[in-house]
Ligand binder design. Structure first.
Ligand code: C2E
Ligand code: MG
Ligand code: MG
Length: 553
């Protein structure tokens, strides 16, 4: 008979671990000796669809005295959920008499405990998997992806891979067209297509939304980039399948011995992706040394933000908007600059960072306040101001009092609201679209003009035109740069549609007279660009204001 103390010790030993099979050989030893058991085997039988292991039957030796021969004298069967079975087989040494009923009872108690523990272990394993898995696609989530990287680091194999962070192109459009439920299906189909490409220990993870990460063997990098440049799948609308091709912008880290920290790898990839997407406007970018230095600089920027606000290091530069009918200055855009050691750092260097952690909201209000102060000063100096547009990040949309907060600043400086215009980039996210509409409606009530910035970089904008109270449409530089036949048709249609909807159109990034002539042919009459002026400090802009127009020809 097992004494109580031994039984308790067995339970204690086995309870302390998540992995039953790791401790049983040791915990079972004293029972093995007492009953002269030479082997304890567990057979797991699982239907293929409900696998405990990935085969139909899996035998595991839980305890063994290798030099002793034995024979099977006792077995216990447990029925698991989903038609599976666990069978424990107990082998006694050759020269001992078979178990008595009493002894069988004792052993059954021990096997019950082992079986219960197997179930618990399975639960722990499941819980761990859930914590590491994206519930929509079943792919590893951020935790799971890092765990996979760490596994490969342990095996010293990570350097054979390149890491990718990629964001789907114009995915908001898909969201807009198909709604949340079908969009989730599209994401799942998309993920399955990429998973189909993976080999061996390559890995795809989803970080949420339309952001993915991947680990791909170095020699397959080009092939992978090719795959993600356009994954063909479909969306269901009113029961009809519509083919869609989903592209992506990727940041890549070429992993080597010097960078095997999983957190740094993912953050470098994401930084490279942001550079590809927002600065270079290319399908992918590698995280070069230069990019990593930028990351370091960015984190310093975040640390220095509050001090920079206090020291008034941020300032508004102004870039005129010009009518190409008469070359009058009809407005201007305020663009933030960060003055550091006598140089002016451009927003591309710090805005993406501030966007990520929300500091952008404070900065935008700071710039709005500066613009209001400048307008107040021009009025005091007898200079007739023009309307100044201020960029606001979409991150503000979660602030239900955004419109009121903007108005409070305008009132504080006693400025007529006709002098202020707010620029927001387009959105196609359903939830955000609702917030944007309600914000825009309030702005209309306060008579502050609303501009949709960077129009043409997203696809859904044409849809948006109808349902949003937009006053001005700002055509992105990329549309102005391409003066090919197709773009000509798109552009002239956009301008036509905008005027039908009573919106003004401003073309951004105009650098040549050729572009001006072209814009005239599509009836776009206001431009902003280096051709006339780069963004400039307030004092210099004041001189332009006094002149009021450009001398041309
Ligand atoms: P944006 O609002 O689309 O501003 C236009 C950008 O195009 C400006 O870059 C401007 O300098 C540049 N640009 C204008 N004309 C030309 C041209 O002819 N050629 C070229 N190559 N570029 C031209 P900037 O000042 O570097 O600003 C970049 C972006 O940073 C802005 O794009 C805007 O999205 C953001 N930004 C700037 N200031 C603020 C701000 O105060 N708040 C927020 N939230 N974002 C800001
Ligand atoms: Mg803008
Ligand atoms: Mg723009």
């Amino acid at each position: 008979m097992i004494c109580d103390e031994n039984l308790r010790k067995f339970i204690r030993d086995i309870a302390d671990t998540d992995d039953t099979f790791e401790v049983v050989p040791h915990a079972f030893a004293f029972i093995g000796e007492q009953y002269r058991i030479c082997r304890l085997k567990a057979a797991f039988l699982a239907p293929v669809t409900y696998c405990f292991f990935d085969e139909k039957r899996k035998d595991l030796v839980l305890y063994e005295q290798p030099d002793k021969k034995g024979y099977l004298t006792y077995h216990v069967e447990y029925q698991t959920k989903g038609d599976g079975k666990v069978i424990f087989e107990v082998f006694q040494e050759k020269d001992v008499p078979p178990f008595t009923e009493e002894e069988k009872k004792d052993i059954k108690t021990i096997l019950d405990i082992i079986y219960m523990h197997c179930l618990k272990w399975k639960l722990v394993k499941l819980a761990r998997e859930i914590g590491q898995t994206d519930s929509l696609t079943g792919l590893p989530n951020s935790v799971g992806f890092h765990a996979h990287l760490d596994e490969l680091i342990k095996k010293n194999e990570l350097c054979r891979y390149n890491a990718f962070y990629f964001n789907l192109v114009r995915f908001g459009l898909i969201n807009n067209r198909y709604g949340v439920k079908e969009t989730n299906q599209i994401i799942t189909r998309y993920a399955a297509r990429i998973v189909g490409f993976l080999q061996n220990e390559e890995c795809l993870g989803r970080l949420g939304g339309d952001n993915f990460v991947a680990l791909i063997r170095k020699e397959r990098t080009e092939e992978f980039l090719n795959i993600i440049s356009g994954v063909e799948t479909y969306g269901l609308l009113d029961g009809k399948e519509e083919p869609i091709t989903i592209g992506a912008v990727a940041g890549i880290v070429d992993i080597n011995e010097n960078n095997t920290d999983s957190a740094n790898i993912v953050s470098d990839c994401s930084m490279a992706m942001n550079i590809a997407k927002h600065i270079r406007k290319e399908p992918y970018a590698y995280a070069t040394l230069e990019i990593k230095e930028k990351r370091l600089k960015s984190s310093q920027m975040i640390t220095n933000f509050s001090k920079a606000i206090q020291n008034k290091e941020f300032m508004a530069f102004y870039q005129p908007k010009v009518s190409i009918d008469n070359y009058m200055i009809v407005g201007a855009e305020a663009l933030v600059r960060w003055k550091q050691d006598q140089t002016f750092v451009s927003p591309g260097e710090f805005i993406p960072e501030f966007e990520q952690n929300g500091m952008i909201c404070e900065l935008d209000f700071y710039i709005l306040e500066q613009v209001c102060m400048d307008i107040r000063q021009w009025l005091a100096m007898g200079i007739e101001p023009i309307r100044i547009s201020v960029n606001f990040s979409r991150r503000h949309l979660s602030n239900p009092n955004l419109a009121e907060d903007i108005m409070r600043i305008i009132k504080k400086y006693d400025i007529d609201s006709k002098y202020i215009e707010i620029e927001l980039t387009e959105t196609v996210d359903e939830e955000e679209a609702g917030l944007l509409i309600s914000f825009m409606n309030k702005m209309r009530k306060y008579q502050i003009l609303m501009t949709i910035d960077d129009f043409g970089t997203g696809f859904a904008s044409l849809n948006m035109l109808r349902s949003f109270p937009v006053d001005v449409l700002k055509i992105d530089k990329s549309l102005v740069d391409n003066m090919e036949e197709n773009d000509h048709i798109i552009l002239s249609n956009v301008v036509k549609m905008a005027s039908e909807l009573d919106m003004d159109v401003v073309a951004e990034g105009v650098e040549t007279w050729e572009q001006v002539d072209y814009l005239k042919t599509v009836n776009c009459s206001v431009v902003q660009g280096f051709l006339f002026d780069r963004p400039m400090p307030k004092e210099q802009f004041e001189e332009k204001l006094k002149l009021g127009k450009y001398e041309v020809g």
